[in-house]
Design a protein around this ligand. Structure first.
Ligand SMILES: Nc1nc2c(ncn2[C@@H]2O[C@H](COP(=O)(O)OP(=O)(O)OP(=O)(O)O)[C@@H](O)[C@H]2O)c(=O)[nH]1
Ligand SMILES: [Mg+2]
Length: 180
């Protein structure tokens, strides 16, 4: 019996890519964060209809990031992006106290979804430059993050305009890629 070896059998496996969805209410700063990750600069954004997708590489770790529109009429479409998601980035507008309850509802709806069973959650408490904004600790308490036992989670305060805090969030994600 002969065994045929193809050249591709001898090559190292392709670097694996980790699927990420960036979700949160409209105006939270999702698209601004995505392009800060990609280009280290603030881009002019308009409300996202549908999604943007970019590959972000951090220390040899490849993330395929889907930034999904957060307007109310678009939120029912979020679940079409869930399959094979390893990381959820939930972006919170830390000045938007009135709508934090809606963010909470959306968070727990996602966590209950079968396709996100294995996903880890990074919460960005964005817009920390705004006077009177909620701290990450306040947001964590309101969202009762400590009650989440079936998904790894981490909350990070940030400002997408300056980029402050974004690297720390990515580092947490990178550290989790070896865990699964
Ligand atoms: N002050 C301040 N403004 C921010 C920050 N991040 C984003 N913004 C602004 O918030 C507005 C909305 O940002 P986007 O990134 O378009 O928001 P989005 O979450 O993608 O919104 P949708 O696409 O509608 O879901 C823009 O005017 C941004 O410049 C921040 O950290 N601080
Ligand atoms: Mg957007």
């Amino acid at each position: 019996m002969s065994v045929v070896l193809h050249q591709s059998d001898c090559l190292p496996p392709l670097l694996s890519e980790h699927k990420v969805i960036i979700v949160g209410l409209d105006n939270a700063g999702k698209t601004t964060i995505l392009y800060q990750f990609l280009m280290n600069e603030v881009v002019h954004t308009s409300p996202t209809i549908g999604s943007n997708v970019e590959e972000i590489v951090v220390k040899n770790t490849h993330f395929l990031m889907w930034d999904i529109g957060g307007q109310e009429s678009l939120r029912s479409l979020w679940n079409t992006y869930y399959s094979n998601t390893e990381f959820i980035i939930l972006v919170v507008d830390s000045i938007d106290r009135e709508r934090l309850s809606i963010t909470k509802e959306e968070l727990y709806r996602m966590l209950a979804h079968e396709d996100l069973r294995k996903a880890a959650v990074l919460i960005f408490a964005n817009k920390q430059d705004m006077k009177g904004c909620m701290t990450a600790a306040e947001i964590s308490k309101y969202l009762t993050l400590s009650s989440i036992k079936d998904h790894p989670w981490h909350i990070q305060s940030c400002c997408a305009l300056t980029g402050e805090g974004l690297c720390q969030g990515l580092e947490w994600m990178t550290s989790r890629t070896g865990v699964r």
